[in-house]
Design a protein around this ligand. Structure first.
Ligand SMILES: [Zn+2]
Length: 358
């Protein structure tokens, strides 16, 4: 997205909530259902209402608060928010059959409302306000940049609700501090040479952020390695973890990284190649693929050493997340020491500029 001189309006974002399911339960107060294509109102239920939407063949079947069969897609709205399988979301939902055999469930809401959910999901709302403000600007920039890319590629959503884009647990953790952080930075984004920055962030860098080139194999001028002496309070600053060799073997095989039983898994330095032995033969596997195979919540970062002993692989590492862009624990540490959100952002996104676009 090129940032010109013209005024931008606040945009709507589309968050995918589906996880291969064929039915979804929505509950809300005063719930209204509309046809996705025609906009015709299919039904309204006042008071506490529950709606079950199931896929039947290539169409939807609605029951509960509103009954309807043979629909090709619906919009569900409620002013007070909607609970989807128990989690609270603001805005409206669109539900339609996906390209496989499940449902495509997308939460649509104004960007600034979405940010209220994101800031409280991504950071502890009790952290200092300057850290929350830095998170609000980074998340806003990230969402706008993703939105532009996904719409250009004709995708039905801009982001999903997992760690692979931004953690969005819904609207449960919206506190006064979160509202203040979002509202006081309304419309502010980071740019580099008149383009929106790809504002990646992560939990803990472990002392030095990683460049985009070293992790994602493409260089980005503002995503370079930055020193960070402020994330030591994170319990993932340094970490160790053990996993049974046969479990590592099973997960690497499931991910297609090796064929056959693993007998050794070794990495002597945090950036050296990972050597594995499978059926007596040596092979090198990549840290990024190993992390995806073993689980993002178990192998906390790509920056680790490993040795195999007594039927177990022992990992020792630093940081949590991909370690590119803003270090969230570092942002907290800087805010604790009196840095402003502008200073925090300009440290982690080198040569970027803060702009208000609406
Ligand atoms: Zn850090």
């Amino acid at each position: 997205m090129v940032l010109g001189g013209s005024a931008h309006a606040e945009e709507e974002v589309r968050i995918s909530l589906s996880a291969n399911q064929s039915k979804v339960t929505i509950s809300a107060e005063n719930l209204a259902v509309f046809d996705l294509k025609s906009g015709e109102r299919l039904g309204f239920a006042s008071g506490a209402a529950r709606l079950l939407i199931e896929r039947k063949g290539g169409q939807l079947s609605l029951s509960g608060a509103v009954a309807k069969t043979g629909s090709s897609g619906v919009v569900v709205e409620s002013e007070k928010g909607l609970r989807v399988d128990g989690r609270l979301f603001l805005g409206r939902l669109t539900v339609r059959p996906d390209a496989r055999s499940g449902l495509e469930v997308v939460n649509r809401l104004p960007l600034e409302t979405y940010l209220l959910g994101i800031v409280g999901s991504e950071m502890n709302p009790s952290w200092p306000i300057e850290a929350l403000r830095a998170q609000a600007v980074a998340a806003r920039t990230y969402a706008m940049e993703r939105r532009t890319k996904m719409r250009a590629a004709n995708k039905p959503f801009d982001m999903d609700a997992t760690v692979l884009s931004q953690v969005y647990t819904g609207a449960e953790r919206i506190t006064d501090a979160v509202v203040k952080a979002v509202q006081s930075t309304r419309g502010e984004v980071l740019s580099h040479r008149y383009m929106l920055v790809e504002a990646l962030f992560h939990s803990t860098c472990g002392g030095q952020t990683a460049s985009a080139g070293s992790v994602f194999h493409h260089n980005v001028p503002y995503l370079v390695g930055r020193a960070c002496a402020w994330c030591k309070d994170s319990n993932r600053y340094r970490w160790s973890m053990e996993m049974k060799l046969e479990e590592v073997s099973r997960r690497l095989q499931r991910a297609g990284l090796i064929k056959g039983a693993l007998t050794s898994f070794t990495r002597t330095r945090t950036r050296s190649p990972i050597e594995v032995v499978v059926g007596g033969a040596k092979k090198v596997v990549h840290a990024r693929e190993v992390r995806a195979a073993l689980g993002y919540g178990e192998l906390y970062s790509q920056e680790f050493t490993a040795e195999t002993r007594g039927g177990k692989v022992r990992f020792s590492g630093r940081g949590f997340g991909h370690r590119v862009g803003m270090c969230q624990w570092g942002a907290k540490g800087l805010a604790d020491r009196g840095s402003t959100y502008r200073e925090i952002l300009s440290h982690y996104y080198a040569d970027s500029r803060l702009k208000r676009i609406y």
